[in-house]
Design a protein around this ligand. Structure first.
Ligand code: HEM
Length: 340
């Protein structure tokens, strides 16, 4: 199903009776896209999507979010383990078995590799090094679904919020694709969705500041502060100013460290954002810029009398984002190309 079709239908349906929380709708919209990337079948079914979303949320709460949790951690871990068992039987096994059969047919010469689905599960099955046993493949696929869904949905709402809070915005901004990419990047820089990433020093190191770090030391990289470093982003680095990208040196990504760096750099980054306003790369679809452009064209704006909620954890993260939907047909619904 096309992203715009889905989002438009849900927003206009739910928006008839008042403000709508955008974040759950974005997550639902993203499920078929992320599932297609991973290789989970039959996700055009709304009930199945909603079920998978629920399992992903339990898994997320009891795994990657655990470090920020303020409630009973053991209960969160138990719920995450149950979620992964259910995911395995209801979603993973049949999708992987179907791909395993197709890969066998390629090996038997009945099909060519180009007939295979282009997704992570298939790539893993084709890999003759067999690094991925079944438990690893299950865990990896759930991590991919979780890592991509929550971050992208919240980032999209965050971009909309930052844009509407930007004093210099004007009506025609949405027609300027370079500016829209800059809006996405500047939001991810100033309000990073992931604020910290953990690291462990492999060898004795001396940082640029002169601080000595012994091998084996566990560290936390503070993305929030790094992204506001005046040495990299200018004296007004704390300020949200999308036009800043024109002044930046080529050594920094416009979104700073929002997707991390090094060998663990976010693998979903090319799906969701464009690091630099580089005309050659512009043709690659990026989910956030497409969805935000569509929302702006459709006249979706923050609900005037309803504040967004923040997540009840130790990090800054939107938990809800109420929007007002104009009455009438979903204008500009065709502005987002099909995602499938
Ligand atoms: C706006 C959206 C997103 C943000 C802000 C984000 C941010 C991040 C960050 C900060 C890291 C840690 C990188 C590091 O340690 O250096 C990361 C890792 C990761 N992300 Fe994303 N991400 C996003 C979307 C996605 C999507 C769409 C996917 C999957 C399709 C994804 C999958 C992953 C995975 C698998 C890792 C772990 C990589 C590794 O440790 O090797 N992310 N992401």
């Amino acid at each position: 199903m096309a992203m715009a079709e889905f989002l438009g239908r849900q927003l206009y349906e739910e928006g008839k009776s008042g403000p709508v929380d955008l974040i759950p709708l974005l997550r639902l919209m993203l499920i078929p896209i992320m599932s297609g990337f991973v290789g989970i079948d039959d996700m055009d079914n709304a009930q199945r999507s909603a079920r998978l979303r629920q399992l992903i949320e339990h898994f997320n709460a009891g795994s990657s979010l655990l470090q920020y949790a303020t409630t009973d951690r053991d209960a969160l871990v138990r719920a995450a383990l149950d979620a992964i068992d259910t995911y395995t039987t209801e979603f993973f096994e049949s999708s992987r078995q179907r791909r395993a059969r197709l890969v066998e047919r390629v090996r038997a010469g009945e099909l060519s590799e180009s007939d295979l689905p282009r997704d992570v599960l298939t790539r893993q099955l084709l890999d003759t090094n067999a690094l991925w046993d079944e438990p690893t493949a299950i865990r990896d696929s759930m991590i991919l679904l979780t890592g991509g869904l929550h971050t992208t949905a919240v980032a999209t709402a965050q971009v909309l919020d930052a844009y509407y809070g930007w004093r210099e915005r004007s009506e025609n901004d949405v027609d300027d694709i370079e500016l829209m990419h800059a809006v996405v990047n500047e939001t991810l820089r100033v309000f990073p969705i992931v604020e910290f990433v953990p690291r462990c020093a492999k060898e004795d190191t001396i940082l640029n500041s002169g601080k000595e770090i012994a091998a084996g030391t566990h560290l936390v990289v503070n993305i929030f502060l790094a992204n506001r470093d005046p040495a990299a982003f200018g004296a007004d680095a704390d300020t949200y100013r999308p036009g800043r990208y024109r002044e930046l040196t080529t050594s920094v990504q416009h979104y700073g460290l929002a997707f991390g760096a090094g060998p663990h750099l976010c693998i979903g980054k090319p799906l969701v954002a464009l690091g630099r306003a580089d005309a050659q790369e512009m043709s690659v679809p990026r989910i956030i810029v497409k969805v935000v452009s569509w929302l702006l064209r459709a006249g979706i704006h923050p609900a005037p009398q309803q504040e967004p909620d923040q997540e009840q954890t130790y990090r800054r993260m939107l938990a809800s984002y109420p929007v007002q939907v104009p009455q009438g047909a979903p204008a500009g619904a065709s502005a987002i190309p099909r995602s499938d």
